[in-house]
Structures are given as C-alpha cells and as structure tokens.
Write a protein that binds this ligand. Structure first.
Ligand SMILES: [Zn+2]
Length: 256
C-alpha cells in the first residue's frame, strides 16, 4: 500500500509540474484547486478559456492544439530516438483520460527529453487532411529546461490487436481513481510504429491550461488495434477530444 501512496505522490508532483492534469474529480484534487472542465456542455472546450484565469490561453492562445495537418514542408529533420525500457503499469482514470505514469528517454538531435506519462484520446485529436484516426496515444516528455515534447501515435482499427493496449485495457479503471500500481511490466516500444517518420509543429497542451511552447511530433504510420479494443476504450471514454484549433500561420514540417 505504501508503494501506491508513493506513486500517487509522484504523479501529483508531475501534475503540478505539468499543470496539465486536472484532477478535480479525484480524491487528491484538493491539493491543487483547479476549475472543473469537461468535453461537453457548460464546462466544455468553447468555455475553457473563461472557466479560470489560469485557463485563459485556451481562449486567447494563437498556437493552440490540436490542428488539422493539410500542408507540410519536407525538411531534413533529425530522427526520433526512443529509448524506452520495460516499466511496471501505473494506470489512472483521472476523469478526462486513461493515463499511465511512465519513464524513458527521447532524443531528438542534441535535445534529450524524459518521458513523464502517456494517455489516450478517442478519436485522435489531430487530423490529417481532415481525417481523424480512431484513437491517439500522447507520449508526454520534458527536457531539462522544462520544455514539453509530445509524440502522438495514431491508432486505427485494423487486422491486429495491440498487445500493450490489451495489457492496459485489462486493468483499465472504469471510474475515476487514483493511480494504481500493478506488477505487470509493459514495453512502450510495442506502441510505436515501425516507420518513425513524423510531422512536427509548435502547439499547446490540448487540455486546460492549454499552455503553449509544446513541441509536437505526430507519427505518420498508424498502429493497429482491434475493434474490440476500441469499443473497450469507448465504453469508458466515448469522446475525449478538443476540437481542431486554427493554425494562425504556423508551418508544419515533415520528415519525409
Ligand atoms: Zn493528450
């Protein structure tokens, strides 16, 4: 039990650093008093900017995510060097998403980022030529200068189920919970497509407080999940996406 408490404390600390985790619905929410937000109704995305002063950027920001990727410029971009080792499952339903606390590193040229957590949306938030994938995994990383880099892995219903997704869904909390630590180990590499070519652009967190200065990488090749896996997720979160945001002149680069 003490390990679980430790995990909770760690995740709470991450949330404070990231200020991305709104845990208003969870038992440990009182530690950080954030305004409640949701994906529909009076606390839905079109109201986020006015729910709290801290969320103002959700309404006034000029570099907001997600975006619809229609045009991109091919550039000589550095490869994404993932260095993820097996880690125990720490899974949480925070009232907005299913979130896994995680570790590992991502190197992009000379920039090194630490993986903090990954979480899920359905459908995918970003769109490519107006089309959203069935789901997306956001792998959230931070470097020593506290700059965030998010890698988006698109998931599409296809011929094969994903083994890592199955491991996670088997223990997925259906209702809001604190982080739950399991003995099962996971290998996040199983979530990555073989082809690591990507789109990249400047954007924001896609949840309040919508902080900008986030380096986004959307992997082009989707990963296959089964129809059952999508249905299992959607029975908990049928639609947890922020609507597409205007580009406002931002350029999208492509690695190939
Ligand atoms: Zn996300």
């Amino acid at each position: 039990m003490s390990y679980q408490k430790l995990a909770v404390a760690t995740v709470a600390a991450l949330c404070l650093q990231l200020t991305a985790c709104n845990n208003n619905d969870t038992a440990h929410s009182h530690a950080h008093d954030k305004a409640h937000w949701s994906y529909e109704g009076e606390t839905g995305p079109s109201h986020w900017g006015t729910l709290s002063e801290e969320y103002a950027l959700c309404g006034t920001g000029e570099q907001q995510s997600p975006i619809n990727i229609t045009e991109s410029v091919t550039a000589d971009l550095p490869p994404l060097e993932f260095n993820y080792s097996p880690i125990p499952v720490v899974i949480e339903n925070n009232g907005h998403t299913i979130k896994m606390t995680a570790s590992g590193t991502l190197k992009i040229a000379d920039d090194e980022y630490q993986l903090l957590q990954f979480h899920t949306h359905s459908p995918s938030e970003a769109a490519i030529n107006g089309k959203q994938a069935d789901m997306v995994i956001h792998l959230v990383h931070k470097n020593a200068q506290d700059q965030l880099a998010v890698v988006a892995v698109l998931l599409e219903v296809g011929e094969t189920a994903n083994p890592l997704i199955q491991t996670l869904w088997d223990v997925m909390p259906k209702t809001v919970t604190e982080p739950q630590q399991h003995e099962t180990q996971i290998d996040i590499n199983q979530l990555l497509p073989e082809d690591k070519n990507y789109y990249t652009f400047e954007g924001s967190l896609t949840t309040p407080p919508c902080s900008e200065g986030v380096r986004w990488m959307v992997l082009k090749q989707p990963v296959s999940i089964s129809a059952e896996q999508l249905a299992q997720y959607q029975s908990v979160y049928p639609k947890n996406v922020r609507p597409l945001q205007p580009l406002n002149g931002r350029k999208v680069s492509s690695s190939n």
